[in-house]
Design a protein around this ligand. Structure first.
Ligand SMILES: [Zn+2]
Length: 56
């Protein structure tokens, strides 16, 4: 399992979600904010991907 940090752009909440490896990368479901249920959630920069300019 790995913990991913996310940031909600709507309500400014930071939260963490745990995924097993590989499961997150399938991206079958959009990440939803646990506070406002928005899908305007971005993954926070951790130890790599520090210079991501692409937005999908
Ligand atoms: Zn939110």
């Amino acid at each position: 399992m790995a913990t991913y940090e996310f940031h909600c752009q709507k309500c400014d909440l930071n939260f963490e979600l745990m995924f097993s490896f590989g499961k997150y990368q399938k991206k079958t479901k959009p990440i939803r904010c646990p506070n406002c249920n928005s899908t305007r959630v971005v993954r926070r920069i951790s130890y790599f991907e520090a210079r991501t300019s692409k937005k999908s």
